[in-house]
Design a protein around this ligand. Structure first.
Ligand code: HEC
Length: 491
């Protein structure tokens, strides 16, 4: 089978629940200032109330600190004790070894002692890297964890979530296929630090100990274009699973490689998946004109010839940055068909306007052309009331004459899924999600590509529980199942 033929096998994904992102104030929209955690506005970032830069969330300087060069610092030692927050103000400003006298006599929660585990010194360096990408204003998590004021009341919950390794969410088994880029798992030492901080009463410590704010975490380093649906679309009133495609036009004048993307669902509650297919611009225009309303109906795929997608979004997917030196090529005559599965069975129908941010390689730079290859294991029939029902399928190297290099894997099942595993030749484990969770789906990129020889085979196994009284098969509907993956591969 040729690469193109195998690409034609693209199956669409069906997703049944969602937790999306909002368009945030970010490094692109607020490059020199900081984002107000309350209003989401871009602030200047030079006041004690709103301090920060690079589109990070503004920090409020406490303990009488000033905002200096976009971070809270103590400029004038004399005024140290202004606010109660920093505990033994004088002690902090004075000798660090204040073991006795002043601070000991003060409030016990002061955190003045140099050995105490404090928010600024010990916890913030972990949370700003491992939590704030989601737990920030405008992020996917329901609350922000960027400031002491936000984290302190959550201390017990934070401890429980990290000790049980529920947070940060990270699905792949560490013994299979890794190391993956952006592995979110905390080390045991980091977990212990957070637990100790919570146990010691969640002391604040000295804001001067805070680490420098990291660059944007979980976002594209650069956005070259943002393509938004031309008009808002309100999902079908009659069909709760509405599949609609919209032409978004990168309007390129020369070939470029897509090196990263970030799909931003307009109304996260009703957008259940997005796949962005490469299509011929004129063919897509004709398709669009042929149907009333924005876009066209496109159950299954884009309804047009396509060499494949540039990317996909499912619940849990953040910004995707393709491995260095690789990208997905777009030519000047190509447009993008944004296929959106709207599901309105349990949410009101609201006009949606989904967007995608795209990062390109520099003009004229030639990268290794990558493809998102689909693996489709669709021959299963899960019997009624089955528990732990498994199905395995094997796939020849799609080129059959060239080795391919696998960089990324995006496994996908629906909500009955329990486990999904992809292996290479010789049973080499490539990715294993031992506790499938529909809400956390993403592409996992290997630090080093895995080469499948020309005659090599891949296999994919899926396991489900079927609590229903019907046989469940492959299908697009929310109540159907899938055993599917996209593989990001280059020749
Ligand atoms: C990739 C996004 C993401 C990251 C990273 C992340 N969280 Fe969360 N977190 C969520 C979402 C979404 C929820 C709400 C839904 C849920 O519970 O799964 C949540 C819920 C929570 C909860 C409440 C529910 C529970 O399971 O206890 C706590 C506490 C929490 N997170 C702490 C953290 C901490 C601490 C970190 C960093 C060490 C972190 N999270 C990293 C997305 C994230």
């Amino acid at each position: 089978m040729s690469l193109a033929r195998s690409l034609a096998l693209v199956a669409s994904l069906v997703f049944a629940a969602s937790c999306g992102t909002k368009l945030p104030c970010d490094a692109t929209s607020c490059p020199t200032g900081c984002c107000n955690p309350g209003s989401g506005r871009c602030e200047l970032g030079n006041s004690a109330e709103f301090c920060g830069a690079s589109g990070n969330t503004c920090v409020t300087c406490t303990g009488g600190q000033q905002c200096v060069a976009a971070s809270c610092g103590s400029t004038n030692g004399g005024t140290g004790g202004g606010a109660a927050a920093a505990g033994g103000g004088a002690a902090a400003g004075g000798s660090a070894s204040a073991g006795g006298s002043a601070s000991a006599g003060g409030s016990a929660t002061g955190g003045g002692a140099a050995t105490a585990t404090t928010f600024y010194k010990d916890v913030l360096p972990i949370t700003q890297v491992s939590c704030a990408s989601c737990h920030r204003t405008g992020g996917v998590a329901p609350f922000a964890l960027e400031t002491f004021a936000q984290a302190r009341p959550m201390a017990a919950a934070i401890k429980s979530a990290v000790v049980a390794r529920r947070m940060p969410p990270w699905m792949p088994d560490p013994n299979c296929g890794g190391p993956f880029v952006g592995d979110r798992q905390l080390t045991q030492a980091q977990i212990d630090t957070i637990a100790r901080w919570a146990d010691e009463g969640a002391p604040e410590g000295n804001p001067a100990d805070a680490p420098a704010p990291p660059g944007p975490v979980g976002q594209l380093p650069r956005v070259d274009t943002t393509l938004t649906m031309a008009e808002a679309y309100t999902p079908s009133a009659t069909n709760p699973d509405d599949y609609r495609c919209f032409l978004v036009d990168p309007a390129l004048t020369a070939n470029r490689f897509v090196t990263g993307y970030d799909i931003v669902p307009g109304v996260a509650a009703e957008v259940h998946h997005v796949i962005i297919y490469i299509v011929d611009r004129n063919a897509a225009r004709a398709k669009d004109m042929g149907e009333a309303g924005p876009g066209w109906t496109c159950f299954g795929d884009s309804g047009l010839q396509s060499p494949g997608p540039i990317g996909a979004w499912a619940p849990g997917t953040g910004a995707v940055i393709y491995p260095a030196g690789t990208g997905i090529q777009l030519t000047a005559s190509q447009g993008l068909a944004m296929q959106i599965h709207y599901n309105t069975s349990s949410t009101p129908r609201v006009p949606d306007q989904t967007a995608v941010r795209i990062m390109y390689s520099a003009p004229g730079v030639n990268l290794t052309q990558a493809y998102l290859l689909p693996l489709v294991a669709n021959g299963f029939a899960i019997p009624p009331n089955a528990t732990g029902y498994s199905y395995t399928d094997t796939f020849p190297n799609p080129t059959q004459f060239l080795p391919i290099k696998i960089y990324g894997l995006m496994p996908h099942m629906h909500t009955l899924g329990k486990r999904i595993t992809i292996k290479g030749p010789g049973d080499t484990c490539l990715v294993d999600i031992p506790k499938w969770d529909f809400h956390w789906q993403q592409q996992y990129f290997r630090a080093q590509p895995f080469t499948v020889p020309a005659n090599g085979e891949l296999s994919m196994s899926c396991t489900w529980d079927n609590p229903t009284t019907r046989t469940v098969r492959w299908g697009e509907g929310t109540n159907d199942e899938m055993c599917f993956a996209y593989i990001y591969a280059t020749p």
